[in-house]
Design a protein. Sequence first.
Length: 280
Amino acid sequence: MTPKSQKWKELPNVITSAHCAFVVALREVRECSSRTQAEIAKAAHQAATTLSNHLNGGRIPDEALLRGFYAAVEQEVAGGEPLPHSLNHLLELRTRAQKKHCECCQVGFPAPTDALQDQGQPASSGTENPTPQRRALRALRRTRRRELSALREHQQVPVPPGEGDRHPTDSAELTWPEANVVARYLADGQSRDAELLLWKAGAAYSAEELLEAVTACHSAGLPDAAETILVNAAGRTDRQAVLNIAAAFDHAGRPEEVSFLLAAAQDQRVTSLARPRPGR
């Protein structure tokens, strides 16, 4: 199937030229695929909204997410024309895009304005008015950015060994030690190993274990890992299990994650129903 041309949204004018160059390269790779954005994201083990955000300049992806996206497209076009950019070149562009030249630069996150938050998928995705689920996802992202910024500032406060209050990461990571393993895998470029751990957590953990894993990832500064766990949990075929997970997060006072989980489950269900069935 010949890849369809994409009609992309204009990039935010607040991001750096290096970030723009990185996003343009990402788009050129994405245009080599004939699949929908949701299908590419599923193959890359990430949320469609996450991939859309990366392709519209909203946020610089983690290395693991970039590798997953590239592998999904590369596998689809295997044996055909080579992709316009190598993975190493994209990683180099990502490193340049992450450099913060001054305090005014928005590196990794968009400016906190409604206009930038509304940057979604390319216009070819279908609808213009965002659904309540997508509005909930955007609200969740804004909340997570504020929480992550506060967490980074808190982690810079020194605590003498054996004294004072412990950092949130200490207690949270102990409840799910694999958070440290995921962080180490990502730092060493072992994205597949990290994705396997996150997939296992989302696909097999109990509701209480999932709550601990997602909390640990957030506290360890791995918001995309937490999101990946929720996306994998939302993809379970047992819909009652998904509802039980949502109930556990709601009982813990985590309405943002509840909205994200249910929206991701609905998005995956719609994608599944829209896929052509054999013999039709």
